[in-house]
Design a protein around this ligand. Structure first.
Ligand SMILES: CC(C)(COP(=O)(O)OP(=O)(O)OC[C@H]1O[C@@H](n2cnc3c(N)ncnc32)[C@H](O)[C@@H]1OP(=O)(O)O)[C@@H](O)C(=O)NCCC(=O)NCCS
Length: 159
């Protein structure tokens, strides 16, 4: 399949980014938020980087990097996340976003990327492992959503 165009998000994309995330917050376990976040919240992520992928001219998903922990020894570590609209999954869009995101981080001097994956999430685990992420452990029953406990796994790649 043709690679989806991936680019830096702009202010004009924030409504679409917020809508993709809200859908997952309301219907999925990939985020432990129970509702969406405001466009202002996503505006804070611009340049972090916050990347969007387009399919047929519309934003089909996004990926971003954020501070893992604020203390200075963590400065060259980032936590990465990716969310796609339900109808854009399983077509390589996640792969296109991560290829660009991880490249940007590597070029920018980031040493370690971390992903925290609520389990089970086979698509996410496969996506991360295909980029060299390694499972470093799972913490049991830390999230309660939709009436059951959820584990989270930590995956890490050295860039
Ligand atoms: C997880 C997610 C980002 C993956 O992106 P995607 O574009 O759907 O995945 P891709 O098409 O790039 O495929 C990536 C890998 O996952 C596999 N995969 C995709 N969908 C799958 C599914 N439903 N079940 C199992 N494996 C799947 C692909 O075969 C591919 O594996 P490979 O590298 O061994 O070939 C996307 O499905 C999504 O947004 N899900 C909801 C939000 C979420 O879970 N975000 C991650 C938070 S940690």
């Amino acid at each position: 399949m043709e690679r989806s165009p991936v680019r830096d998000a702009t202010a004009a994309d924030l409504a679409a980014v917020a809508a993709v995330y809200e859908h997952e917050a309301l219907h999925g376990i990939a985020t432990f938020d129970a509702e969406g976040r405001t466009e202002d919240f996503w505006a804070q992520k611009l340049g972090g980087p916050l990347l969007v992928a387009e399919v047929a001219g519309s934003v089909a998903g996004f990926a971003y990097a954020s501070t893992y922990r604020p203390r200075p020894a963590y400065d060259r570590t980032r936590e990465v996340s990716v969310y796609l609209a339900a109808d854009a999954r399983g077509q390589g869009v996640g792969r296109a976003l991560y290829a660009e995101l991880l490249d940007r981080l590597r070029t920018g001097g980031v040493h370690t990327a971390l992903a925290v994956i609520a389990l089970p999430n086979e698509a996410s685990v496969r996506l991360h492992e295909s980029f060299g992420f390694v499972h470093r452990g799972t913490i049991r029953e830390v999230g309660w959503k939709f009436g059951h406990w959820i584990d989270t796994g930590f995956w890490q790649v050295t860039l």
